[in-house]
Ligand binder design. Structure first.
Ligand code: URP
Ligand code: ZN
Ligand code: ZN
Ligand code: ZN
Length: 488
């Protein structure tokens, strides 16, 4: 088997950092060796087929994004990244594993919807992938399907308290699914927003003529997230099931989660870079020459971006430090402005919900290290180790230990990453495309990162090095997940 040696770097894991060379044997990590160690009696650099010089750089496990929506049919269109384009972009950004959401829509058999997701991803992915299952309805059939899916490596299920008539489940349905999860060891992931109340506020806003993207934010106020989070926690407690609340953005909702954790309950929270950096005022309220006040559509997602004046962003960073938020995912769900976000011109409620960011998470969270918000070790824990452990991949992913998959990122703290624009109109203003996602804009344009993803290796294969891409569709393999390490 081909040996790869990564020399001279500082290996960083969730519990610490040390100077070590990393030896990869084919698709697995073989050993971590102290620099200059001669006890093996061989000069590793001379026997390795590939030597990667990581001097002055961090060597970390390939990042794991446990929340993406490639090709998601939503809002009358479909997310603009396919498994091929989305996983290529992920690789560019140092993410070597995604867990995407297969979607059951009301009336569909769960198994049929999952088969459709396998077909989309098969042979297309540049990096390894697993699936969660979205349940668009909970009934006797889908409850039975939950047991079947767990044996196939789909060990987590997303339910929605939002989007009545689309993905919504009522409290009785949620309770039944949680009771099932409590018996089969799976994890319920919750989109916690009170969709019934939100729909009333949205209708009233549109009737008032408040139709711009900004009002997407004001009609999903923090109370609707906090209330739903609280209800989800109580239902999970009733069912004796663990709970993972996705894409949290309101500080009050996380405070409620933190209280439940303090009381010893098995509940977890995830946030995303958009909630850490962006805001209601600056993004949803943005105006541009090209789009007027529709500019804000680029940042329409749910839960919504929150008010900076209310201080949610700083509080979320604090909860990442205290451990009450366990994971940073992207909730990557890209839609172009042209023909997709545009569906909501004159009515924000028709803007497809979602932001693309699968390429930028490792960089954006690393900037939090530079800015003194989290430690280097916590960065690796939030982006690599915990997402893998949380979703039953901890034996292979998110760690650099002998036997784990040879997924490695060499990250340069002296490097720099500028995130640019993309669309034709923007190009006319002298800007340039820097990302690889299939989007006609960037939600992160203008962001400057004091670090750089230099080398990306997936199961021993170099996907990115020296600013060049060497991956290909079909390298990525399906990951059969076990139940969560946090539930055993
Ligand atoms: O706005 C969002 N978050 N779109 C993706 C679907 C979801 O609810 O996660
Ligand atoms: Zn959601
Ligand atoms: Zn999502
Ligand atoms: Zn090349």
């Amino acid at each position: 088997m081909a040996l790869t040696l990564i020399t001279g770097g500082t290996v960083v894991g969730p519990t610490g950092r040390s100077r070590a060379d990393v030896l990869l044997d084919g698709e697995q990590v073989a050993a971590l060796v102290r620099p200059g160690d001669t006890t093996l009696g061989v000069d590793l650099a001379s026997v390795a087929e590939t030597v990667v010089d990581a001097t002055g750089k961090y060597v970390i496990p390939g990042a794991v994004d446990p929340h993406t929506h490639m090709e998601l049919p939503f809002g009358g269109t479909a997310a603009s990244d396919t498994f091929e384009t989305g996983t290529r972009a992920a690789a560019w950004g140092g993410t070597t594993t995604i867990v995407d959401f297969a979607v059951q829509r009301t009336g569909e058999r769960v198994q049929d919807s999952l088969a459709a997701w396998f077909a989309k991803a098969e042979g297309s992915c540049a990096i390894d992938y697993g699936f969660h299952q979205i349940l668009g309805g909970v009934d006797d059939d889908s409850l039975k399907a939950m047991d079947e899916l767990v044996t196939e490596g789909i060990t987590s299920f997303k339910l929605f308290m939002a989007y009545p008539g689309v993905f919504y489940s009522d409290d009785g349905q949620i309770l039944r699914a949680m009771q099932k999860a409590a018996t089969n060891g799976s994890m319920v992931m919750m989109h916690a927003e009170n969709g019934i109340a939100i729909d009333v506020l949205v209708r009233q806003a549109i009737e008032r003529g408040d139709t711009a993207p900004y009002f997407h934010g004001t009609t999903r106020p923090w109370e609707t997230e906090e209330e739903a989070t609280h209800r989800a926690i109580m239902l999970a407690r009733l069912a004796g099931a663990p709970l993972y609340v996705v894409h949290m953005s309101a500080k009050q909702a996380v405070a409620t989660l933190a209280r439940a954790r303090d009381d010893g309950w098995n509940v977890f929270g995830e946030t995303c870079p958009q909630y850490l950096y962006l805001s209601l005022e600056e993004q949803l309220g943005a105006r541009s020459e090209e789009w007027g006040d529709f500019e804000g559509a680029k940042w329409v997602c749910s839960t919504p971006l929150r008010s900076r004046a209310e201080g949610h962003q700083d509080e979320l960073w604090r909860y990442l430090r205290t451990g009450d938020l366990s994971v940073v995912s992207t909730d990557h769900c890209p839609f172009c402005m042209k023909e997709q976000k545009e569906l909501g011109l004159g009515d924000f409620s028709k803007i497809p919900n979602g932001i693309g960011g699968v390429e930028h998470r490792l960089d954006l969270v690393y900037q939090g290290v530079v800015d003194g918000k989290i430690s280097l070790e916590r960065w690796v824990e939030l982006c690599c180790t915990t997402p893998a452990r949380m979703f039953g991949l901890g034996d292979r992913k998110g760690v650099l230990t002998p036997g784990a998959d040879a997924d490695v990122v060499v990250y340069d703290p002296a490097g720099h990453t500028s995130i640019g624009y993309t669309s034709g109109a923007d190009a006319a203003h002298g800007n340039r495309k820097t990302h690889h996602m299939n989007m006609d804009h960037s939600a992160w344009e203008g962001f400057e990162i004091d670090g750089h993803v230099d080398v990306v290796i997936s199961r021993g294969k170099v996907l990115v090095s020296d600013g060049e891409y060497h991956g290909h569709p079909g390298h990525g393999q399906y990951l059969r997940r076990s139940t969560s390490a946090y539930l055993r």
